[in-house]
Design a binder for this molecule. Sequence first.
Ligand code: G6P
Length: 612
Amino acid sequence: MCGIIGFCGNEEAVPILLEGLEKLEYRGYDSAGVAVLSDEGTLKIRKCKGRIASLREKIGSESPITGTVGIGHTRWATHGEPNDVNAHPQAGMSGRIVVVHNGIIENYRELREFLERRGYKFQSETDTEVVAQLMEYYYMGRGELMDAVYSMLDRIKGSYALGILCSDFPGQIIAARKDAPLLIGYGEGSNYIASDVTALLSHTRTVSYLEDEEVAVLSKDSVTVYDSGRLQVEKELHTVEWDVSAAEKGGYSHFMIKEIMEQPEAIRKTVSPRLRDGRIYFEELAEDADLIKNCSSIYIVGCGSAYHVGVVGKYMLEKALRIPVEVCLASEFRYSDPIVGPDSLVIVISQSGETLDTMAAMREAKKLGAKTLAIVNVIGSSIAREADHVIYTWAGPEIAVATTKAYSTQLVLLSMLTVYFQHQLGKISEDDYGAYIAALTDLPDKMNEILDNIGNIQKTASKYFNLDSMFFIGRNIDYALGLEGSLKLKEISYIHSESYAAGELKHGTISLMEPGVLVVAIATCKSVMDKTFSNMVEATSRGADAVVLTTEESAKTFEDSVRAILAVPETHDLLQANLNIVPLQLFAYYVALNRGCDIDKPRNLAKSVTVE
Ligand code: G6P
């Protein structure tokens, strides 16, 4: 949510800032801006409503801004509508201090009144302008830049990643963070700040992660980091392994379709290093061998698609382990006084590892004494660093706002964890273990079978793309999958869509069934397939149309009752969801494509949600 980039070096800053912002655009894209500081201390800002492309155009059409130090921002509006004035950077009244910000300053109203009483005039409706003005207030009073930074940070409440320029200090960027991601990139004769590594991959692979309440001072030759007590801290440097091309479209028209197609490989990368001699090994858990034995309840916490993975996980873990599993939306968990203690295992799922609600939920769980295990994609992200145990999905960078390969790899890891724990508890036979491993090893190939034959899915999407309303129904894991199928569809195609446990449809929602409504029935769980079939017929009897997603083996059952069947190969029960999700992702993708939607950057959304 909001992307920040900063650069100090020997080259012109603007092209580097714009390129970085393009990489970060998926974090928010309603407005953007840059500020550049020249060697003489001239600070210039260019910003506007719209995408980075609009900013590029604006910069090209106005008088050039030159300088080798600069900060940039791509925004997802929280306070104040997306417009030119509310776009970042925001400046203090005298124009000496300029700020880009990700997060929310919760006490900005009070601070704004404080400053207004002292004659400060505000231009924007943003909480960020308060940061710039407050810092200027302290700076003008004392003339000490770092004093001003710390005094400002002392007064603001909430979350922030900040990039700050001061015209009296050409050649320097100040950065600070609390509850919002910010990392430092180390180049040769150049240094960077960025919200995530994708913006830096073409410049450097050496990074450090700012911790909460740390402040960094960057010049082209040095980076110095201080803690909240203004003591210098040594930062650990990390090398990022991600390939630059992983964050490029590579010939595909959208990142989303590229990432859908990458799923078999992503699964392979997630699974293979954890398989040895027909057994699952989680080295990440090796030091806590009794983790599951000491556990009497499991919670799975996440937001959006990560939460949906959790719902699948509940069905899998409860059935296999006979330990109660609760799936919680992260935004609810932290405020619900959860019954969590030292004998609870809290599994936190997050692609970005930065989602604020998920992070806060994890902190709450830790405070209550629970063990936390994070399933995360972004290496070195905040959640990964704070969890007791972290298992990386190794899906590589995911750029499309609608998640696909991160979801799939999270799903496969939860199934692996299920079997791993089941084995530790002595609740799985050798034969069953072997059958699971065989299916796991085959999974990428079976996914490829679906991806090699997408004609039927494209045809189905082109038949239904102009409907106004769709319902996804299923039972058990098929129901959990419907949650994700429905979310995928609505987030990128803007079609109203809901997901229901098939048996629940008749308790109210069936009143909406009429011609022009599509029901997508997911029917792959054998034990409840007939029941889902009946529920689907209840809907079609009332005029709704139906598409069925089922296994190739069961497709015959439905042939006479529906106009379209999406058939997937059959696999192990714990892995079937991994195959089923692929046609649902593709269906959403092709529906959105037919509707001419902006698939990678759907309206109102952002990929990394770092505000509450
Ligand atoms: C946003 C994204 C979703 C994602 C959710 C959780 O809403 O658009 O795709 O599932 O955040 O993100 P996380 O990074 O924690 O998995």
